[in-house]
Design a protein around this ligand. Structure first.
Ligand code: GLN
Length: 210
């Protein structure tokens, strides 16, 4: 049997469905979070890709933002930000005020410029999987700096693409848009989940670019 965990996906704006499908492929059903109350009892919460300014505003308007901060500090809530979600977690954003500021990382928004704003690749991320992982970037930020206790998981051409602390994970790419479950599995393990050995290794391939 898996060790059960309650996982939420922030569902105020952005790419929710693909995260839910990836978690379901690992046998975990996730709760969509739109209110502060929906955070109760969660072990982990995914902050999806979308538009970080919009997401930050909605976090304030709904009261979900302060409740994330409280649950992170008092209940050990584990967080994963993908792309815009990583921007929400960053302690510093170049040229802007930080939002949740729960990770000692600096991000630079839309750092790839218009020529290269969306692209794909793959890379080995030894702390996450022993085979290369597909990477999908959509108007991604770059992590330009990560200070202890943050650990760098993936460094590419002069920027950091993934970093983590014990309680938070930031990826500037979108693991939910590639047919690979490694990062979702890694996040679930950070949340205390232990998987059933029979769980499948790959989800149905799909690419839904929002
Ligand atoms: N460019 C967006 C931002 O700065 C992030 C894009 C994404 O999440 N795919 O908020």
């Amino acid at each position: 049997m898996d060790t059960p965990v309650e996982i939420g996906i922030l569902a105020l704006q952005g790419g929710v469905v693909e995260h839910r499908q990836h978690l379901a492929a690992l046998g975990v059903s996730a709760r969509e979070v739109r209110t502060p109350e929906a955070i109760a009892g969660l072990s982990g919460l995914i902050l999806p890709g979308g538009e970080s300014t919009c997401l930050a505003r909605l976090l304030g308007l709904t009261g979900v933002g302060p409740e994330i901060l409280r649950a992170y500090r008092e209940d050990g809530l584990v967080l994963w930000g993908t792309c815009a979600g990583a921007i929400l977690l960053a302690g510093e954003i170049v040229g802007e005020e930080a939002h949740l500021a729960l990770m000692p990382i600096t991000v630079s928004r839309n750092a790839f410029g218009s020529q290269l704003d969306s692209f794909q690749g793959s890379a080995l991320v030894p702390a996450v999987a022993d085979a290369p992982i597909p990477l999908v970037f959509i108007r991604a930020p770059q992590i330009t700096r990560a200070d202890p206790p943050a650990r760098i998981l993936l460094e590419l051409d002069g920027y950091i693409a993934a970093a983590e602390t014990d309680q938070a994970l930031a990826t500037v790419f979108h693991p939910e848009l590639a047919a690979d479950l490694s990062f979702h599995r890694h996040f679930l393990r950070k949340c205390g989940w232990r998987e059933n050995a029979a769980a499948p290794g790959h989800s149905r391939p799909f690419l839904a670019i929002q």
